[in-house]
Design a protein around this ligand. Sequence first.
Ligand SMILES: [Fe+2]
Ligand SMILES: [Fe+2]
Length: 371
Amino acid sequence: MIWTSPRPTTTKLHPKTTSSWRLSPVFAVASPTTSSLCQQVTHSMPPEKLEIFKSLESWVNENVLPLRKPVEKCWQPIQFLPDPSQGTEEFAKEVQDLRQRVLELPDEYFVMLVGNMLTEDALPTYLTVINTLDGVRDETGSSLCPWAIWSRAWAAEENRHGDLLRTYLYLSGRVDMLKVEKTLQYLIGAGMDIETENNPYLGFVYASFQERATSSSHGNMARLAKVGGDPVLANICGIIAADEKRHENAYTRIIEKLLEVDPDATMLAIADMMKKKIIMPMHLMYDGQDPNIFEHFSTVIERQGVYTTYHYAEILEFFITRWKLEKLEGLIDEARRAQDFVCRLPSKIRKLASIKKLESRPVKFSWIFDK
Ligand SMILES: [Fe+2]
Ligand SMILES: [Fe+2]
């Protein structure tokens, strides 16, 4: 795999042992080295397990596909944006109102909003990764397999998030769109390395966690926008957070079902992803200037309380309860050890978070005109 940006670091990617939990920016690790990307594990799910996913197709039809929202009932970005079809003057006034509303929001808010927008807009990468997963991938691009129907509908819903945030940012005049667009191109070109190994057990654990994390982050951005004087932006972040919640529900149900039909493998998958840590999907981003932009961004969202190590611990705790992990019985020894590791992890993460020192030095972001 060719990997050109950001510049490779010498930091080792993902500690593999349970005892080496390393404190780093919010669910972030340093960008992977070229050699670590070359060591990627593939197709770790035994082929005989494909049958499980085949046998769950009717269950997906009945329990996951209803979580799609019909297109006619979905909101669309234009409903929250100045409408150019209503005449030049009215349109100009709505743009002016928008620019007025965002005046009181600090630059750091826009750093975070750009980060959230980039996370949404790197959607091509996520659909690519979902379609690497054995047993659930879209084999044709229009497959009628329920797993594939869900993935396409999910992507179509997600696509509105980036569109809306990007247009809002563009109209706000507060960010350097050229730098933002460049970062997006770098990001999609780099992809992401979340170590899901073509394995749907790992992939769905990642998706459950990530959907809840984005819902939490958009929700916190909504709260800050409201306090900062822009109720429309608060509403936008809120409706995106609500979509993420529904998506979280879908992926969470899938893991719940897998725990029922294959508890050992599913418990091991949850522990495996937690050992690797759930990395932000934009961990390979680069803006053409700052080789540590991801770490700098992670520090800002942690400092502003939009996404912190404590949130990470809370999300894990939520899933431990939601999936009743502490109550799982009859597991094989290895899965029991995994269960023990996962159930003890939140308090370990909290302890580490309490001694963590955040970088307080302000960092300049190209996205905000090097301010
Ligand atoms: Fe989204
Ligand atoms: Fe989502």
